[in-house]
Ligand binder design. Structure first.
Ligand SMILES: NC(=O)c1ccc[n+]([C@@H]2O[C@H](COP(=O)([O-])OP(=O)(O)OC[C@H]3O[C@@H](n4cnc5c(N)ncnc54)[C@H](OP(=O)(O)O)[C@@H]3O)[C@@H](O)[C@H]2O)c1
Length: 406
């Protein structure tokens, strides 16, 4: 019998206990053993729960119990979660987690400690909730260089954008609805300003490129300035507005990582990903493009991913090899403002900004639509800074630019 402890008995932690109970036969077939939740650490007691007798409030009980081989960290937050994780690894216990904040901030250190101690630090649930993206990248795509990743990695923002597009709700109305449905926190900043998606793309980029780029260096823009006009214009450009977290290999070992609302072309499958669903499109060396789609959050989907790590850690046993990351040299990161790409540009019509003048400046730009107050065009092989410079040169300041994800 393998004994484990769950730290944090909230949505995900209680889901882990439920999935373990519901799938004990299947899990037993996988690991040829049984898994017993010996302790649950939480701030609260759960007198109504069938696990009430396993609740403890002192982490040292778990740490000092030699029968505990694995700790499942589903508390959230950074300080205490990091401290307990580090202590558990140092004590020779594997740790699995759903906590992307800790993985993004301390992943390198924790992987190094796990490797040194011959145990595992696994974090499948930290990106894409239930979608098995991390194991796919680590194992199934092991023979492929990953050239790029485009992901819808935050269900809350995807719900808001879907609700705005389909029901004509304003950003504020859609956010309020997301909060009412339990999809958004009361303080939604980490979701709507793109920080949550940014943490996740940094984790995926670390796996794809072998180096962790600190989140603070990444160009990150959320959706709070997206309006109904933006959404309608995206349709006229031939796509949908999505919050895209992207990581791409550039020339000369550089990488570009960004989070921003983008126009995703209708024939790209990411454009059809709606509501709280997540999807990740990988551009792989031999396989080509592959997309994984599914539930990016929720009790049972996320617990399913945590359990996949528990199974892997138990199967691997002590002495197995933990992968490690490097910390990237900040010079490895491209300046996103200067990255050449395809962009959708909307310019309000004025004397300075007639379609002819703008076309003359941009050469091969394709006008996609004209409306009374302005016009939109798509332009290829150009950077945001060059677009800005061109438009400033004819005194146009009030324009919008979105990357076009083909
Ligand atoms: N929910 C999802 O769908 C989802 C999906 C993917 C990843 N995640 C990640 O998984 C983690 C957990 O999320 P969750 O939604 O399950 O959170 P949650 O429902 O708030 O559960 C966290 C639990 O941990 C307890 N806790 C917090 N600090 C503690 C401490 N110092 N000592 C002991 N217990 C403590 C909390 O107690 P109190 O309630 O008393 O504070 C709560 O019971 C987060 O990192 C989150 O980002 C969640």
């Amino acid at each position: 019998m393998k004994n484990i402890a769950i730290l944090g008995f909230g949505t995900v932690g209680s889901g882990v206990a439920d999935v373990l109970a519901a799938s004990c036969n299947k899990i037993c077939r996988e690991i040829h053993d049984t898994v017993n939740v010996k302790y649950i650490l939480d701030l609260r007691d759960f007198p109504e729960s069938k696990y009430a007798d396993r609740v403890v409030h002192d982490f040292d009980i778990i740490l000092n119990d030699p029968e505990i081989e694995l700790v499942c960290e589903t508390m959230g937050g950074t300080k205490v979660a990091f401290d307990y994780t580090l202590r558990a690894l140092n004590a020779g216990k594997s740790v699995v987690t759903s906590n992307k904040e800790v993985v993004a901030a301390y992943g390198k250190l924790l992987c190094d400690v796990a490797r040194e101690k011959g145990v595992r630090y696994l974090y499948e649930a930290s990106v894409g909730g239930g979608i098995p993206i991390i194991r796919t990248m680590k194992t199934s795509l092991g023979a492929n260089e990953i050239y790029g990743i485009d992901g819808i990695l935050n269900g809350t923002t995807n719900y808001i954008l879907t609700h705005m597009k389909e029901d004509g709700a304003s950003f504020e109305e859609a956010l309020a609805q997301a909060q009412k449905n339990g999809y958004a926190e009361l303080n939604p900043k980490a979701d709507v300003e793109g920080d949550d998606a940014c943490r996740k793309i940094c984790i995926l980029a670390a796996l794809a490129f072998g180096a962790m780029i600190p989140q603070s260096l990444v160009s990150c823009e959320g959706i709070s300035s997206v309006t109904l006009d933006t959404i309608e214009r995206a349709e006229k450009f031939g796509g949908s507005i999505k919050l895209i977290a992207s990581a791409r290999r550039m020339k000369g070992e550089k990488v570009d990582i960004s989070v921003a609302p983008c126009v995703v072309a209708h024939d790209n499958p990411l454009s059809g990903v709606s509501d709280v669903f997540n999807a990740i499109m990988l551009h792989a060396q031999h396989l080509g493009d592959v997309m994984m789609y599914g539930k990016g959050a929720g009790k049972l989907p996320t617990a399913s991913a945590v359990l996949s790590d528990i199974i892997e850690a138990i199967k691997a046993g002590k002495g197995s090899e933990q992968e490690t990351w490097n910390i990237a040299d900040p010079g490895m990161l491209s300046d996103n403002d200067k990255v050449s790409d395809t962009y959708c540009v909307y310019v309000p019509t004025s004397f300075a900004a007639s379609e002819e003048k703008v076309l003359a400046l941009f050469g091969k730009a394709e006008i996609k639509f004209s409306e009374g107050s302005g016009f939109g065009f798509i332009v290829e092989n150009i950077s945001r800074s060059k677009i800005r410079k061109n438009l400033h040169s004819i005194d146009v300041k009030d324009f919008s630019v979105f990357r076009y994800v083909k």
